[in-house]
Design a binder for this molecule. Structure first.
Ligand code: HEC
Ligand code: HEC
Length: 440
């Protein structure tokens, strides 16, 4: 290389670097960085970095547990307690927590046993005509997302599971209104305890014989060597594996996550403007402030209940309508619900515990209007946040775009197995779903 060529090379390189630098730090980046002073506070760990993921000391995360849980969550062969013989082995956890729908049902209410059909993302699942309304497996609240649950200290909309955190001081209520919460006394971890009960409620059972016949014994032995055999080949062993799998389902590839980690091109300008509103003027992060953008704050937003929006097997007397109060029985907790995580919500509406808002824009408009829609919620309980926010139409659009695409991990497929050991179709294995999914 001659001197003049080298000189020319250096000059172009310098100009290139300057141009790049200039382009990388837009005004939006600067403003957002000023608001989010400590970015590490919101960065989710890599899903393979198991040591960095919150976990129960009773159920330490291992790759073997995660791998087993990833199969069990989608495995219809354990759906062996269906109410009718013809729907045995036809449903899974993912009948209600559908990956393509952001681990929620593609319809308002989830139906596992007593449902049939799938559509393309769960939107065409209906009640099986031979089941009475009250014999299907469906709950009186919109299913929660099973992503980023490692950051949920007390699970469910009412935070009833888990012995720590907000549940310290509620011991006398464990098992009172919801029998399942008696399990908190075992101090297994919120998810581990809840999912044992979940397997009962969702009509799935595990015994040594069933596990052997289904070809899973070796995987249980590898994943759960520390559990005595009577616990290993049971709902408890299955729950430990499923909970480990759920703890590492993290949305760390969302544009906002990449931006936090230093990639200024990961979000569009509109998403950055939305984030500036979320963490600034709109004040969303006064409740949505944990790594999953949810928190353990219980608040009454005054939204409708599920029975008002077509929910089956629920009604005005459903204790789920009372939120935290339905668990603790305390007057001050009535109508207050946990602040949910916000990633991948754009994959499937409707929103809020009663599914009263069809789109994320509707949710943002609800906050912007600041008026309760559910007249049963007294003003004395209503969150002081429910007052007009004064956002312009453009700001509503920016905030919506941040929620919808800025917080969307586009690669959730990494949390779905290629196949399960039984070879059955999943999420659902009923004849109508098989046709919908083109799976035989
Ligand atoms: C029939 C539909 C349905 C099925 C099947 C189902 N779930 Fe859920 N899931 C729900 C609903 C509804 C909620 C919220 C209930 C509430 O809070 O009142 C929920 C909540 C959860 C949560 C709590 C998340 C949080 O943020 O607190 C976890 C974890 C979970 N489910 C895991 C599972 C597992 C594991 C299975 C399989 C054993 C399963 N679910 C099967 C409907 C379902
Ligand atoms: C006062 C606390 C609080 C503030 C502030 C707050 N939220 Fe929430 N958010 C909640 C609670 C609690 C829920 C669940 C309420 C329910 O369903 O009954 C919720 C639900 C949501 C949902 C629906 C989630 C789902 O799974 O259905 C979205 C989206 C949302 N909030 C976005 C926002 C945005 C955007 C802002 C700022 C404009 C905001 N929130 C401000 C507490 C809050």
């Amino acid at each position: 290389m001659t001197i003049s060529r080298l000189y020319f090379f250096c000059i172009t390189l310098c100009i290139g670097l300057l141009a790049c630098n200039h382009e990388e730090l837009s005004d939006y980046d600067k403003e957002l960085s000023k608001i989010i002073t400590d970015k590490s506070r919101y960065i989710l760990p890599d899903e393979t970095d198991l040591a960095s993921i919150p976990q129960s000391p009773v159920n330490p995360l291992t790759p073997e547990k995660v791998a087993l849980g990833k199969l069990l969550f989608f495995e219809p062969v354990f759906a062996n307690e269906a109410k009718r013989q013809d729907l045995k082995y036809t449903f899974t956890c993912s009948s209600c927590h559908v990956p393509e729908s952001g681990f929620r049902p593609g319809r308002m209410q989830g139906i596992a046993d007593g449902g049939f059909g799938f559509g393309s993302k769960g939107e065409q699942r209906f009640k099986y005509p031979y089941y009475a309304n009250d014999s299907i497996d469906a709950q009186g609240a919109r299913p929660l997302v099973t992503l980023n649950v490692a950051y949920v200290e007390n699970t469910m909309w009412n935070g009833s599971f888990g012995s720590e955190g907000k549940n310290i001081g509620t011991e006398s209520m464990w098992g009172v209104f919801d029998k399942g919460t008696a399990r908190n006394h075992e101090r297994l971890g919120a998810l581990e305890g809840q999912n044992i009960e979940g397997l009962i409620v969702h009509r799935m059972n595990y015994t040594r014989q069933i596990i052997e016949d289904a070809g899973y014994k070796e995987l249980f032995d590898k994943a759960l060597p520390d559990l005595p055999e009577n616990e290993r080949y049971s709902r408890k062993g299955a729950s430990f594996a499923i909970s480990a799998y759920l703890r590492q389902n993290l949305t760390n590839q969302a544009p906002f996550q990449k931006w936090l980690k230093g990639d200024n091109h990961a979000m569009t300008d509109q998403q950055k403007k939305g984030a500036i509103l979320f963490f600034g003027k709109a004040g969303c992060n006064s409740c949505h402030y944990e790594k999953n953008l949810g928190s353990m704050k219980f608040e009454a937003l005054g939204v409708d209940d599920l029975y008002e929006h077509g929910g089956l097997k629920t009604g005005p007397a459903d204790r789920r309508n009372l939120g935290r109060g339905g668990f603790t029985g305390r007057a001050e907790d009535m109508f207050k619900f946990r602040t949910p995580q916000l990633y991948n919500l754009g994959d499937s509406g409707p929103y809020f515990h009663g599914g009263s808002k069809e789109t994320l824009e509707d949710v943002v408009r609800y906050f912007n209007n600041g008026k309760k829609e559910n007249q049963r919620v007294p003003d004395s309980q209503l969150s002081s946040f429910i007052r007009p926010l004064g956002l312009t139409d453009e700001e509503v659009a920016d905030l919506t775009e941040f929620l919808k695409n800025g917080l969307k991990d586009p690669n959730l497929k990494r949390y779905v197995p290629e196949r399960v050991l039984s070879g059955l179709c999943f999420p659902n294995n009923d004849p109508a779903s098989k046709i919908d999914m083109d799976c035989h």
